[in-house]
Design a protein around this ligand. Structure first.
Ligand SMILES: [Zn+2]
Ligand SMILES: [Zn+2]
Length: 223
């Protein structure tokens, strides 16, 4: 079965105002949702955000945001109990860390821009372009929807609430997010002026279709 898929293209014209589809920029958050922080006290960097196209089920119309700590750069490691991700896995210990160093949020179409823009990751517009992504030949690209191009065996997880997580977005291996000059460097990044997600692992975002929590999203890492 061929599922609706959108290739995500990064524009070149720096953002000068909020955009719903962006690298960096102004995070669009639901009322009452604060800009997330890492356990280390750093405000998490907004890497990117997109409105999920309406035909990408079951999240069509929702708003996806990916935050990650500048100071921490490690792979994600799933913590399981009774065959599911542990309770409140989005806040649970991520050994050796006391909590995750990232936050992936699913917000509603009512999400509104924060008053401040992401200070480190350069703000650039994103464009979602429909393309054909077949399970037999899944594209290893930055995409929303379609089929994950697993670098290893497929990895699927059940949410702590019991629902099976559903793939929604892929970020290719070693994708660089350009950073403004003078901002703190990320340890173990590829370059001084770029940040990466999860040590540059390929990232497959799996989200809870029951939306049991806005942060009920697991970032599978493979390489
Ligand atoms: Zn941190
Ligand atoms: Zn859930």
């Amino acid at each position: 079965m061929v599922l609706p898929a959108y290739e995500v293209e990064i524009g070149t014209e720096p953002l000068d105002r909020p955009a719903r589809n962006s690298v960096g920029g102004w995070p669009h958050l639901d009322p009452g949702q604060d800009w997330p922080e890492c356990f280390c006290g750093e405000r998490l960097a907004l890497f990117f955000q997109v409105d999920i196209p309406s035909d990408v089920e079951p999240f069509g119309g929702d708003h996806l945001l990916v935050f990650h700590c500048r100071a921490h750069n490690d792979p994600s490691t799933p913590q399981l109990a009774d065959g599911r991700l542990v309770a409140r896995y989005w806040d649970a210990p991520q050994p050796p860390h006391p909590a995750p160093f990232w936050r992936v949020l699913i917000q509603s179409r009512e999400a509104r821009p924060a008053s401040e823009a992401e200070p480190s990751v350069r703000g650039l517009p994103l464009t979602l372009r429909p393309f054909t992504d077949t399970p037999e030949k899944a594209a290893q690209t930055f995409k929303v929807g379609g089929t994950p191009s697993w670098a290893q065996d497929p990895e699927l997880y059940s949410c702590a609430c019991g629902e099976d997580l559903v793939y929604v977005c892929q970020v290719p291996e070693d994708m660089e997010f350009a950073v403004h000059a003078g901002r703190p460097e990320q340890p173990d990044s590829v370059r001084a002026d770029a940040y990466v997600l999860f040590l540059g692992n390929e990232v497959y975002l799996l989200a809870c279709p029951a939306r049991c929590d806005p942060a009920a999203v697991w970032p599978v890492n493979q390489n």
